[in-house]
Ligand binder design. Sequence first.
Ligand SMILES: *Cc1c(COP(=O)(O)O)cnc(C)c1O
Length: 407
Amino acid sequence: MTIENLKPEEARTLHRDTLAVRLAMEPSQYGENSEALFLTSGYVQSSAASSAARFAMEEEGFTYSRVGNPTVSSMEMRLAALEGTQAAVATSTGMAAILLLGMGLLRAGDHVVCSRSVFGSVIPLFSREFAKFGVETTFVAQTDVAAWKAAVQPNTKLLFAETPTNPLTEVCDIQALADIAHGAGAFLAVDNCFATPVLQRPVELGADFIIHSGTKFLDGQGRVMAGAICCTQKHRDEVFLPILRTAGMVLAPFNAWVILKGMETLALRVKAQSENALALAKWLEAQPQVARVFYPGLASHPQHALAMRQQGGCGGSVLSFEVRASDPEQARKRAFHVLDSMQLLSLCTNLGDTKTLLSHPASTSHGRLSEDQRLAAGISQGLIRVSVGLENIHDISADLSRGLNTL
Ligand SMILES: *Cc1c(COP(=O)(O)O)cnc(C)c1O
């Protein structure tokens, strides 16, 4: 018996490592061992009556890939199994997943409470785009539970958090935020992109919706863009799918297939990259040219204890550090010097890749903020973000030494 013959309830009794490589739609009549890529827009119908029943959602079956695709369904099933939710709905990008979440849950007159430290594009999505449709958003400090609570209004429908955050790795207490949301009759959505379900499963801590940018760790090799919302079957079928079918920000089958195969090695990659990140964080903390290291796995991190409890004792594989400097201008010059001295590692704003990627947040992801807004967000000119990959740790630190040693 193969897992494809197991009922979903039976499959759920298997361990996550097993589901990560096994759970998918049934193989085709050819019995392929690696899941097929169904690169098709349409599906031939066996009869006009069956076609009509499928379009009316009375009969299961595929009709058109904006409505559903077997490779995309496989990816959704596998991700839901890893997150521990009943279902998942895949989208073209991580930002499309957050757009779909808002379109599904919010209407004019509703209010959102959102962390101030969320991924850069999320802030204008809520404050500018959703505002056009009469949704108001209050932004609060990521780690200040009292501020989240104080921001809740009678019309609050959604609390939106991300943990750890980009690039300062601030950690929020998911359970505390879930309690605040549910006490107010609202939902909690958590962007789990940085920790991945390998380290943290927000649904077990009370979150209602889990957001993913599959572009990052789920793919893990920097190839395709993808996103997803993990949720209940009811939310998927009754709230999100009707919008997705209509609005069309669906995941392409090829991208779904890459993510599906990426998830098979997710746990191994995340664990190995996190081990490298911890070693690199400790090494950076010992360098005289480094003023500060931001990494939840270090005892010096303000939310270290919470992170260890919430993330299975692991800090993840993204860290940031500040080069030592006397003023912002010198700090920027020095950060640029470290980045331009690298011969091995990549200067690249993506993250979650098997290759180590570095970026300068103040001139890239946070480049459109004023200097005051940037400093309020804690993004100094000397800050460098590192998404730690799978290279040997000695080669990673040696490449960073080139610039640090010649400051
Ligand atoms: C990259 C990212 C997103 C957006 O995902 P895209 O796939 O780039 O649209 C959302 N949240 C976090 C935490 C991210 O890192």
